[in-house]
Ligand binder design. Structure first.
Ligand code: PAF
Length: 284
C-alpha cells in the first residue's frame, strides 16, 4: 500500500527524506510544477510512478520566470486542490517552498543560470529572461531534491530542450524525461492559462492545434517551410489571435532547418487570445 502524501516547505526535510529513500534502494522521480494542477500534470506523476519507486512533486510559482508585465500575481494558486490531486495520482512527497526558501539572498541577488542560443529564440525572444528564470529554478530544485529522473511536459517544448541542455552542461546525473501533451477532447493542449479564456475564446483556442496539424500536413506534402509558417501566421491572425510566432524548427536544437538537414522537425506556435498566451507544438 502507498504511504500518504507528505508535505513540506523546507528543503532540508526534502533532502533528508530523499536520502532515506535512496539508502533503501529506491529510485526518485521528480515532477516540478507551478501548481494549479490538471490532467497534464497528473500524467507527469503517472510517468514518474511507472519508472520510480518514489515520486516527489514541487509546487512553486517561480517569480524569476515572469516578466514585469506578466501574470505572476494573478497566476492561479490552488495548493489544497493540488495536494489532493497529487495524493490521488500517487505522489509521495510535495515540496511547497516559499520564495525565501528558494531564493535565500532575495530574488534580485540570486544566481542566474542562462542557456544561450536554445533559450534565446522563440518564447525567449518574446519573454526576455523567462528561460533564465526557468533554468535557475529548475537547477536549484534539482540540487535540493537530487532526483534520479525528472519529468516535464512536451507542450513546453523549448523549456524541455533548455532543461535537457542545462542538465547535461552542468553535468547533473539526472535523466530528463519528456511526457506527451495531454489534450482536451477538441485538441486544445491542457494548460493552467486556459482558464484565462472566456467561453467564446475557449471555443476558438482549438484553432492553434488545428493550425499545427495543417503545418505538419503541408510540410509532409513537400510545401516550402517559410510559406507554411506564413500561412499559419495568417490563419491564426484571421482567427483573432495575436501571434508571437508560428515556426518550424529542428526538433533537436530548435535551429532553423536548412534544406539539407533531414532530421525531425517540430512546428511550434505561441499566440495570445484575450488575456491568455497559449503555446503548443507538434512533431513533424
Ligand atoms: O513548466 C512549469 O510549470 C515551470 O516552468 C517549471 C518547470 C515548474 C519551472 O518553474
Amino acid at each position: 500500500m502507498r504511504s500518504e502524501l507528505q508535505r513540506t516547505a523546507i528543503a532540508a526535510e526534502v533532502r533528508a527524506r530523499v536520502a532515506q529513500w535512496r539508502r533503501a534502494g529506491d529510485r526518485i522521480g521528480f515532477v516540478p510544477t507551478m501548481g494549479n494542477l490538471h490532467a497534464g500534470h497528473h500524467a507527469l506523476v503517472a510517468a514518474a510512478r511507472a519508472r520510480c519507486e518514489r515520486v516527489v512533486a514541487s509546487v512553486f510559482v517561480n517569480p524569476t520566470q515572469f516578466g514585469p508585465n506578466e501574470d505572476y500575481a494573478a497566476y492561479p494558486r490552488t495548493i489544497e486542490d493540488d495536494a489532493a490531486g497529487l495524493t490521488a495520482a500517487g505522489c509521495d512527497l510535495l515540496f511547497e517552498p516559499t520564495v525565501a526558501e528558494l531564493y535565500p539572498f532575495g530574488v534580485a541577488a540570486s544566481v542566474r543560470v542562462h542557456v544561450p542560443l536554445l533559450g534565446d529564440g522563440l518564447c525567449g525572444a518574446f519573454r526576455p529572461g523567462h528561460f533564465d528564470g526557468v533554468a535557475t529554478v529548475v537547477s536549484k530544485l534539482f540540487h535540493l531534491v537530487q532526483p534520479d529522473l525528472a519529468f516535464f511536459g512536451r507542450k513546453d517544448f523549448q523549456q524541455l530542450r533548455v532543461i535537457e541542455r542545462m542538465t547535461r552542461d552542468l553535468g547533473l546525473d539526472i535523466e530528463v524525461v519528456g511526457v506527451d501533451t495531454v489534450r482536451e477532447p477538441d485538441g486544445l493542449a491542457m494548460s493552467s492559462r486556459n482558464q484565462y479564456l472566456s467561453a467564446e475564446e475557449r471555443a476558438r483556442a482549438v484553432e492553434i492545434h488545428r493550425t499545427l496539424l495543417a503545418m505538419r500536413e503541408a510540410v509532409g506534402q513537400g510545401r516550402d517551410r517559410v510559406a507554411v509558417e506564413k500561412a499559419a501566421l495568417d490563419r491564426l491572425t484571421a482567427a483573432g489571435f495575436r501571434v508571437d510566432y508560428a515556426a518550424i524548427r529542428c526538433a533537436e536544437d530548435l535551429a532553423e532547418p536548412a534544406a539539407e538537414r533531414r532530421e525531425a522537425w517540430v512546428a511550434l506556435v505561441a499566440a495570445r487570445l484575450g488575456k491568455a498566451r497559449l503555446i503548443d507544438n507538434v512533431l513533424i
